[in-house]
Design a protein around this ligand. Structure first.
Ligand code: HEC
Ligand code: HEC
Ligand code: HEC
Length: 500
């Protein structure tokens, strides 16, 4: 029985733990306080680069993943995309190896400075690729391999370029956080991950402990997007400016940064952001729809789109180079897509990409205020603003989002009519859209960020949602049953389905 004092304070909420082993190594983790932990995000990659095209043989034969059982490995997809610099990137995706399909478990053992196991291990049951069981611990399980060929001169011609072969074991979004949580003893100095598929390849990360009092904030992550401008007439009009203050808080509403400014991109690159707020992190990890590490991309975006009764997957393909200005870029227009959409990166894309030519740009101050000009052709109605972000603090990683609305041209609210839905037939509890991926439940917001990009055609919302469910062997229904999600009849084929 807990004593009265413990009851008054309440038991410490369990906190997720995120692991990312790249070729067997991982940066040390600071464990803050003594809350119980559970395995929330496990990513293991093995990567080999070569100058000749050997498929994924380098990772199969001479990598940290070589001792895995690769029997059954088959190429399942090939795709080409423009890199934006005149070259093309080819990716080939592989599945079906025994280690990808098997039922496997992860066990995380705390050990002391003598390497002796202490306390209980944390368990995460990955389960099988194609047979979800109630005991499985991750909402998302993606065990795959890929080859990336960068700098190809033309589609079909990758001679003389660089080839990366990579195996990826990705398990995330804990389904039983409370039941599977356990203490990490204060004497533990390392955590060792044992994967039943690779019994002789322990992976170890150093840990240090810090008291919760060492920080002005704790675990958890909440975002706020607050309108701080006042429209002249009670609603905004085309040409008028609307400003939002971006606030990042921990789970107890404690701010992560003093009001007025945010860390610089340079501080992010140098690992100096103690709050753990992340900025765009795609350069090193090549995140790719469904297959690879999208949850780690951490692309911090703020958007404004509407009117909400006109929202749909944009047909416009965004010219990324033109979106790299210092301010927000117009992605869709009323004329072309039936609605207006303005988008900015935080920091602005001009800083993130501009630093490659001149690294000093990465230390440009970043404001916590984003100002959008209402587009000249914006139609009257309700507009939705959205923001998403990632935080990695004390071993916990969280992707979260928020939305708010403003009125343009009228005080009359518009009505959003979803053409797709039923998502909560499957996405409830720990699978809630507010907890998985980027933590966005407001389905009005999806359209603004998800237009095809010239460098990433599959960013379009329909392709994204079709593809993640189609590629999953764990989707408990037939993706060809369109009415599973579609609320109105569909007259066109679905983009993003294999073999369509
Ligand atoms: C029949 C069940 C089912 C329905 C209905 C469903 N989903 Fe899913 N969804 C899943 C499963 C299972 C996965 C996990 C796939 C995996 O492990 O790769 C998933 C994954 C996702 C992901 C990706 C998470 C990630 O980290 O990549 C998103 C986003 C998503 N669903 C959104 C939606 C939306 C939006 C709808 C409604 C339009 C919807 N889903 C309807 C079962 C469903
Ligand atoms: C504020 C911008 C923004 C909004 C709003 C947004 N997304 Fe995303 N989404 C992204 C970005 C950026 C990524 C790439 C990964 C990242 O940076 O988190 C992404 C990734 C995805 C993926 C790929 C997942 C994978 O595993 O490959 C799916 C599916 C997706 N989003 C669906 C949705 C749905 C459904 C909604 C609405 C409920 C939505 N998104 C709203 C920006 C957004
Ligand atoms: C897992 C859920 C899901 C299933 C199953 C599904 N779709 Fe979709 N589909 C979506 C989502 C989400 C969107 C984009 C959001 C929206 O338009 O509401 C979309 C968009 C589309 C669009 C583009 C609509 C537009 O004009 O913007 C078409 C066409 C489409 N789907 C066809 C199909 C067909 C055909 C099938 C069956 C073979 C199918 N879809 C099955 C979720 C699904």
């Amino acid at each position: 029985m807990p004593n009265a004092q413990a009851l008054a304070a309440g038991p410490a909420e369990p906190v997720g733990l995120s692991l990312f082993f790249q070729n067997g190594t991982m940066a040390p983790i600071t464990i803050v306080g003594d809350a119980p932990r559970y395995l929330q995000e496990i990513d293991i990659t093995a990567t080999v680069m070569t100058n000749t095209d050997q498929g994924i043989m380098p990772v199969v034969q001479s990598s940290e993943f070589s001792s895995l059982d690769w029997k059954g490995i088959t190429q399942v997809e090939e795709e080409w995309r423009a890199a934006g610099d005149g070259t093309f990137t080819r990716q080939r995706f592989y599945r079906g190896a025994a280690w990808m399909e098997h039922d496997s478990n992860f066990l995380l053992f705390p050990t002391d400075s003598n390497g002796i196991r202490i306390g209980q291990p944390l368990l995460s049951h990955a389960g099988k690729d194609d047979n979800r069981q109630p005991s499985n611990d991750g909402a998302v399980r993606r065990f795959v391999a890929r080859q990336i060929a960068t700098g190809c001169r033309a589609v079909g011609d990758c001679a003389g370029t660089t080839f990366t072969s990579q195996g990826l074991a990705q398990l995330r979004d804990a389904l039983h956080p409370t039941e599977r949580s356990g203490a990490i003893p204060a004497q533990a100095t390392k955590l060792t991950l044992q994967w039943t598929e690779q019994a002789n390849t322990p992976r170890t990360v150093d840990i240090v402990h810090a008291p919760a009092s060492a920080y002005t904030f704790g675990y958890g992550f909440q975002l706020s997007l607050e309108v701080i401008s006042t429209p002249v007439r009670g609603f905004y009009v085309p040409g008028e400016q609307v400003s939002f203050r971006l606030t990042f808080l921990d789970g107890q509403n404690k701010p992560l940064h003093p009001q007025g400014s945010l860390p610089t991109f340079g501080q992010f690159l140098r690992g100096e952001i103690s709050s753990g707020l992340r900025y765009y992190d795609g350069f090193q990890i090549s995140p790719t729809l469904y297959y690879a590490l999208k949850h780690r991309e951490a692309n911090l975006l703020v958007t404004l789109s509407g009117p909400i009764n006109m929202l749909r997957t944009p047909v416009t393909v965004i010219n990324t180079a033109q979106s790299l200005g210092a301010g927000p870029a117009i992605w869709t227009t009323a004329a072309l897509d039936g609605f207006s959409d303005v988008v900015t990166g935080v920091p602005p894309f001009s800083i993130i990409f501009g630093g490659f030519a001149n690294p000093a740009i990465w230390d440009t101050a970043v404001s916590d205020i984003v100002t959008f000009t209402i587009p000249a052709d914006a139609m009257p109605g309700t507009y939705v603003a959205a923001m998403k972000a990632r935080r990695e603090f004390g071993g916990e990683a969280l992707n979260r989002a928020t939305t708010t609305t403003i009125q343009v041209g009228t005080t009359t609210p518009s009505l959003f009519t979803a053409r797709t839905g039923n998502c909560t037939n499957c996405h409830t509890g720990q699978r809630d859209l507010g907890l998985i991926l980027h933590g966005i439940t407001d389905r009005r917001a999806c359209f603004s960020c998800h237009a095809s990009l010239d460098v990433e055609p599959d960013n379009a919302l329909d392709i994204r949602v079709h593809e993640v469910h189609d590629r999953s062997e764990r989707f408990p229904a037939d993706i060809k049953n369109c009415m599973l999600c579609h609320l109105t009849s569909v007259s066109r084929p679905a983009r993003g389905l294999l073999g369509n």
